[in-house]
Design a protein around this ligand. Structure first.
Ligand SMILES: [Ca+2]
Length: 210
């Protein structure tokens, strides 16, 4: 004979599954924090000249500002564009939020009388070849969070970053991709809490009337 305790535990388990399912759905970006410190930037395909791009461990926690883990990826120090890209298992028609940290180790003014051609300091991010983020600045700047959204076409989607820093480096860290559409389809935690109370109450009524 099933006890009331067993019945309630089944219902609590059902609610637990619902709650676990409500966790924000992030796509698994391989080595998005660049903690796998091999020189070829594991998990990402390298695009363009790559001789000077590598994973780097800042000297201390204050260098470049707060970021995740020990390592970051550096790109630049050459008058050429290079970058990384990674294929993501997206769902057709879903909206995704891409977030990342970007720092600039600083450089000279992009155009001076003695500089011809002018120096270039640019970062772009793209999905399936379409540029969705572009940033240019030569000033040194600690890690700052940037983001953009895209609507996925046929899976997979190719997320890429291109960098050009003619004098020092761009630093990248903590690349994440979240499925905004899937999150919006999941009930709010408050709704789940009310559902848990209702299920528990239903179980007690059934026990009392049996
Ligand atoms: Ca990191």
């Amino acid at each position: 004979m099933t006890s009331v305790f067993q019945k309630l535990m089944v219902q609590v388990g059902t609610v637990a599954v619902l709650v676990l399912g409500s966790v924000a759905h992030a796509l698994p970006v391989v080595n998005g924090g660049f903690e796998d410190s091999s020189t070829d930037i594991t998990g990402w395909s390298l695009v363009g000249p790559q001789d000077l791009n590598f994973v780097y461990q800042p000297f201390d926690s204050s260098e470049l500002g707060p970021h995740g883990g020990d390592n970051v990826a550096l790109f630049g120090s050459t008058p050429d564009t290079s970058g990384i890209e990674q294929s993501l298992a997206t769902t057709d028609g879903h909206t995704y939020l891409v977030e990342f940290l970007l720092a600039n180790l600083g450089g000279g003014a992009p155009s001076t009388d003695s500089q011809d051609p002018p120096l270039v300091y640019s970062v772009s991010a793209k999905v399936d070849g379409h540029e969705l983020f572009h940033f240019e600045d030569f000033h040194a700047k600690d890690f700052t969070t940037y983001s953009f959204e895209f609507v996925a076409g046929a899976s997979p989607s190719m997320l890429g970053f291109d960098f050009r820093h003619d004098t020092t480096w761009w630093a990248l860290d903590d690349v994440t991709v979240t499925d905004v559409t899937r999150n919006s389809q999941i009930p709010e935690p408050g709704t789940l809490f009310l559902a848990a109370i209702a299920l528990t109450g239903l179980g007690l009524r059934r026990y009392k009337t049996s």
